[in-house]
Design a protein around this ligand. Structure first.
Ligand code: GDP
Ligand code: ADP
Length: 198
């Protein structure tokens, strides 16, 4: 593939428009683990920080994993048009702050969104150039094992997430690519390649 070089000493930049990649997949499949692994080696892949009404898990910090907001604050974000997309998932609301994403894309940086199926569908509508990637578990049993083994949710919350997972798994064909999360290292490398190519 040919590369566009913008100047004598400038690094080569990938041709085409800056890439917006959306990663979705059922709760517990390993999205955060894979993204963290990829970004450890490639911090230049910018990950959008979403707003959510869910409570922080132990160790989660405001502005790092999420912007943790209450219902009233989320209502305002929606009313002011500040979210690129948003959805209710398993009893909480989640949304992508619009401006930060548009600024990064305008600066030519690769942007990654880690959002649910409903959000992915909204992005497909509003930004059809986005690349939609589905992260699938090796099996249903392994998904249950990972979600349960993470130990961050109560049994009834796990049940809600597994109910959502059935819907999400059924929608895999709507995505441009499917990656099966057997090996974190391998999937992180595949995801990196998808975020960088036009
Ligand atoms: N639509 C949408 N979904 C989001 C957003 N941020 C996170 N999610 C999704 O919400 C779901 C629940 O996220 P979370 O409570 O962090 O649980 P986890 O993904 O199991 O760790 C996951 O499918 C996330 O990808 C967002 O901004 N918009
Ligand atoms: N390839 C993998 N093999 C085994 N366990 C994994 C793998 N990827 C992730 N996990 C584990 O599965 C659990 C859920 O992963 P997490 O990244 O929190 O999922 P998600 O962000 O999709 O909800 C975590 O305990 C994580 O360590």
């Amino acid at each position: 593939m040919s590369e566009v070089v913008s100047g004598g000493t400038s690094p080569a930049v990938p041709p085409g428009r800056p890439r917006l990649t959306v990663l979705s997949g059922p709760s517990g499949v390993g999205k955060s683990t894979v993204v963290a692994h990829m970004r450890q080696a490639h911090p230049e892949i910018w990950l959008s920080v979403s707003a959510t009404t869910r409570s922080p898990r132990p160790g989660e910090r405001h502005g790092v994993q999420y912007f943790f907001v209450d219902d009233g604050e989320f209502d305002k974000l929606v009313a002011n048009g500040e979210l690129l997309e948003w959805a209710e998932f398993a009893g909480n609301r989640y949304g992508t702050p619009r401006n930060a994403v548009l600024e990064r894309l305008a600066a030519g940086e690769p942007v990654l969104l880690e959002i649910d199926l409903q959000g992915a569908r909204q992005v497909r509508e509003s930004m059809p150039e986005a690349r939609l990637v589905f992260l699938a578990p090796p099996s249903w049993e392994e998904l249950v094992r990972r979600l349960t083994g993470r130990g961050t949710e109560a049994p009834e919350v796990i049940e809600r997430r597994l109910t959502a997972a059935r819907t999400e798994l059924a929608a895999e064909s709507e995505f441009d690519h499917t990656l099966v999360n057997t090996s974190v290292e391998q999937v992180a490398a595949e995801l990196l390649a998808l975020t960088r190519t036009s």
